[in-house]
Design a binder for this molecule. Structure first.
Ligand SMILES: Nc1ncnc2c1ncn2[C@@H]1O[C@H](COP(=O)(O)OP(=O)(O)O)[C@@H](O)[C@H]1O
Ligand SMILES: [Mg+2]
Length: 223
């Protein structure tokens, strides 16, 4: 479903940010991407999101290929590949419900269907009771849950999370990881990037490790 074939990325420097990286991720996998700060984790996720394109090599995501993807394909790709960040990206002039509804409004989803999907996602992330609240009023952990719910309403193939627990205390982090895990169990592939070794310690799935842009290990722990 996602495949990197000898992908290198140069950012106007002599040394690469990604260095000849090859791997494959299948539908429904639960992948942790580790490596210290600057090792290329975000760059790798941006290639899966096709926000960045390789300097050499090819990235395949679903039916798209980095060498031939068109700008007009991006909206459809972003409904299949969703990304959440360390800082929750929300529209703070809208309430929780409307933030989650946003991607469905963009595709002109029918109002009854939209409401059904948003309520379902809200309940999934445990925020049904906050749906009418201004999004600014939520805690950081709750904002992150709204971002996850907004990704889920599109029923994506892949959810990418870049340091999603970076601003959270350990208890809230554990809840977010648990939520991401339950999403993967439902069949969406989940890729979480982190520089925090504590998350890696008891990760139940596959772990890719980057060092200076190179993929230096790819291990699976059997569940
Ligand atoms: N847009 C960019 N322009 C220049 N250098 C970049 C850019 N994006 C990333 N880099 C460089 O690529 C390397 C990997 O960065 P990044 O993928 O953000 O690492 P990580 O997410 O693991 O901290 C770093 O050396 C960073 O400075
Ligand atoms: Mg990063």
């Amino acid at each position: 479903m996602i495949e990197f074939v000898q992908v290198s990325k140069f950012h106007n420097r002599e040394w690469p940010s990604l260095d000849n990286v090859s791997f494959k991720i299948e539908k429904g996998e639960f992948v942790l991407l580790t490596g210290k700060s600057g090792s290329g984790k975000s760059t790798l996720l941006y290639h899966m999101y096709m926000k960045e394109l390789p300097s050499s090599g090819t990235v395949f995501v679903d039916k798209y290929e980095s060498s031939s993807i068109k700008r007009s394909d991006i909206p459809e790709l972003r409904r299949k590949v969703c990304m959440i960040f360390q800082e929750p990206h929300l529209l703070y002039d809208r309430n929780v419900f409307e933030n989650i509804a946003l991607p469905l409004r963009l595709i002109g989803e029918d109002e009854t269907e939209l409401r059904k999907k948003v309520l379902q996602a809200l309940s999934y992330v445990g925020l049904s009771h906050r749906m009418d609240d201004p999004s600014l009023r939520l805690s950081t952990g709750e904002k992150q849950r709204v971002c996850i719910a907004r990704a889920l309403v599109c029923d994506p193939l892949v959810l990418l999370a870049d340091e999603p627990t970076g601003n959270l205390d350990s208890e809230t982090s554990a809840e977010i990881i648990k939520l991401l895990k339950s999403i993967h169990i439902q069949g969406t592939a989940v890729v979480v990037a982190t520089h925090m070794p504590t998350i890696a310690d008891d990760w139940p799935g596959r772990r890719l490790h980057l060092d200076s842009g190179k993929l230096v290990s790819d291990r699976r722990r059997s569940l």
